[in-house]
Design a protein around this ligand. Sequence first.
Ligand code: GDP
Ligand code: IMO
Ligand code: MG
Length: 451
Amino acid sequence: MVSNKNGTSLIDHRCVVGVQWGDEGKGKIVDLLSADFDAVVRYQGGANAGHTVLIGEDEFVFHLVPSGILQEGKACIIGNGAVLDLASLIDEMDGLLDRGIEHEEQIYISDRAHIVMPYHKTQDRLKEAASGKGKIGTTLRGIGPCYTDKAARKGIRTADLKDWDRFTSLVEANVESINKELAQIEGETPLDAKEIIQQYKAYRDRLLPRITNIADLLWTYHGEGKRILFEGAQGALLDLDHGTYPFVTSSSTSFLGLGPGTGFSPRQVKTVLGITKAYTTRVGGGPFPTELDNPLGEELRRAGGEFGATTGRPRRCGWIDLFALRYTIRFSDIDAMVITKLDVLDEMDSLQVCVGYEGVGTIEDHGNCFPTDLEGPIQPIYRDVPGWKGQKTTEARSLEELPQQAIDYLQYIADAVQCPIAIVSVGKERTQIIDLDPWLMPRNQVEAGRG
Ligand code: GDP
Ligand code: IMO
Ligand code: MG
């Protein structure tokens, strides 16, 4: 019996999602937590993601392979909601093998996941080039066009690799259609369907044994009482529906994407952790109210090593935006936050936190509302908070070992967004972590006896 009468799971399945614009440190946290789980599942996004895990001196960046792969024997599952660049996936798997990590048998790929085809990358590139100033600044990994084909019902799924005639005719039809578009654009050469099909034959031979019905697998694990950890990619503000549209990615990046992305029920997931940096970053175009386009922002970029794990682009940096955070915490149904990169603030003279936007509102008077359109210059409303310059957080392994100002900073965040903090990360390395037990609760919730 793994569910109670209300259907709520008795197993502590968990979900880890980003609650900013991505790159919050999900990879590190998923790697850490997966030690206590049987399976780790990626359920949306594609090779646009770059999830970094550092173990000692060894750095790994995962794009499609779930970040639990470095913990021995965990099933690492890619759900139907993800879009798969097969070449990139195989590259990643080969990279692991080159580093002596035998893992092939741990990987399971949904037979309903859509495949990112070479023409999707071409379409991504052309669309961005044609968008001029309004371009999204995508990762050029073909993500948008692949999800577009999925919604238009002309996508190619991993299941199609099992039926070669079907796969071949789908590729031929799609290539014929894009070649018509390419013929209109100067300097573009047509794609060769035969060449693509040949390439994919090799991918198929390698991956076919790993392709299976993921929903069935997850429900079976659930029935056996196994623990499942779900790993979101990107972050809630990049969510197709609830993010800063149109400057978003093309999938449901919050906890809410878990159901459609796996065929497993979000109702069975007991704990949802929202990962946020102690400040904010964004890579690509789009609104970013607390951006520090000045030496302070550069200082954050330097101290935090803020360069994209997938594209190497410098990330835009700014103060933590509690107004945005409170919004994403609610719609992503977060139980507790994980605050990462607290150590990056160690050298800051003073800190600011954003509690609202001029003309829009503040957390205090506006609660969880966040504007649908963040257009024009947005003036953040800041509060000054004391920093802890010169005191290091990197060696702390308990709350008490942190400087008092750092504890106050964390408490301020928990109070403002009305969400407890479960974990604090104080460095890149796996062991640089403060596991808060009990969680650091918002003060009013403690007073009300809910702590
Ligand atoms: P993800 O996409 O959410 O997995 O995050 P990325 O891997 O793209 O970016 C996070 C970066 O911050 C990586 O380089 C991590 O190694 C690093 N990182 C994670 N947690 C911490 C931390 O607490 N402190 C510092 N200094 N770096 C961290
Ligand atoms: P992880 O999982 C940060 C951003 C791109 C661009 C927008 C759309 O590592 O946190 P896309 O290629 O998805 O069509 O680009 O989304 N973006 C990310 N930003 N982290 C990511 O993933 C991202 N994946 C996409 O920079 O602004
Ligand atoms: Mg990343």
